[in-house]
Ligand binder design. Structure first.
Ligand code: 13P
Ligand code: SF4
Length: 303
């Protein structure tokens, strides 16, 4: 089937199956183009609560589709590639989190949305990279156990005076591989360009940046800045959206390694298969869902 035929069939099936396609900004360009909505984790969590169609095809990684299911238990949520996971989300298990809670009984547990439903069920509240600071500040506790990303935890710790952040030892292999040397070399190659990085990068890299923020934060910064060129320190997929929205500005990826293998697993053909065969269906056990959704809903009520 030609690429255009695949796109036409996706559009036709979407109507027939009463489906909406949501995609994270790290998805490949072709998938972003067929999506009804493209956004970051927070925007997508908000968007799923507004969906009217009976089926959501979630082009992203497993925890994102699972969060969509938590917020929409009555809808059919499909993840086109079941193996598309987030290795960082797997760095914390509910058992290990329960043990840590016993060690820090006075701490509130804030879990990054990049986590399983079972981990969300053991947490007090969720956050994303765009609202982590506000979420932490909303908690009455002085101590916060922040799971699983130690780099986001470090970024948050620098913006919440009076709070003690206890970081988990997780990290994103894609973002944390960016080095200070990458920043130095990119600044030499593109003098005058602003450096904008995701808080999943290491604290050393974040300190060298002009701006640190989530994907939606980077989009906003770029649109408001008078600068004409940007060095982007997050997953390569975001450059498609940035270039489309800002055709007169120039964008350079901070490091060649900024490609998340899991986010790149979903292709147009997988979206087509998802619609044709109704796969892969995301399910969450009732008891886990009941507790996990509270963490997500608390987050959405804060920001
Ligand atoms: P956002 O919260 O910016 O969408 O990032 C999600 C993610 O997986 C970052 O690697
Ligand atoms: Fe997970 Fe990193 Fe990929 Fe985001 S970029 S989905 S944190 S592995």
């Amino acid at each position: 089937m030609s690429r255009q035929a695949v796109i036409d069939t996706i559009i036709k099936l979407k109507k027939e199956r009463d489906a909406v396609i949501l995609a994270h900004s790290y998805q490949v360009k072709e998938v972003q183009e067929v999506a009804d909505f493209v956004g970051d984790s927070l925007e997508l969590s908000r968007e799923v609560t507004k969906v009217e169609c009976s089926t959501i095809v979630f082009c992203g990684v497993h925890f994102m589709a699972e969060s969509a299911k938590l917020l929409n238990p009555q809808k059919k949520v499909l993840l086109p590639v079941m193996e598309a996971g987030c290795p960082m989300a797997d760095m914390v298990t509910p058992e290990a989190l329960k043990r840590a809670r016993e060690k820090y009984p006075d701490a509130a547990v804030v879990c990054y949305i990049n986590s399983s439903a079972a981990v969300k069920a053991e947490s007090d509240i969720c956050c994303t990279s765009s609202n982590a600071v506000k979420v932490v500040l909303s908690m009455p506790n002085k101590r916060i156990l922040f799971v699983p990303d130690k780099n986001l935890a470090s970024y948050v710790a620098g913006h919440v005076p009076g709070k003690e952040i206890i970081p988990w030892e997780g990290f994103c292999a894609t973002h944390s591989a960016v080095t200070e040397r990458d920043v130095e070399e990119a600044r030499i190659a593109h003098p005058g360009a602003e450096v904008a990085v995701h808080p999943e990068c290491s604290p050393a890299v974040a300190r060298m940046a002009d701006y640190v923020g989530s994907t939606s934060g980077i989009i906003e910064r770029v649109s408001k800045s008078s600068c004409g060129a940007f060095i982007i320190g997050t997953e390569a997929g975001l450059l498609y959206r940035l270039q489309k929205d800002n055709p007169r500005k120039r964008f350079y990826l901070l490091s060649k390694g900024l490609i998340c293998p899991d986010m790149k697993k979903t292709r147009l053909e997988d979206v087509l298969q998802a619609l044709e065969k109704g796969k892969y269906l995301i399910e969450v056990e009732d008891e886990v869902r009941r507790r996990a959704v509270l963490s997500l809903e608390r987050m959405l009520s804060v920001v």
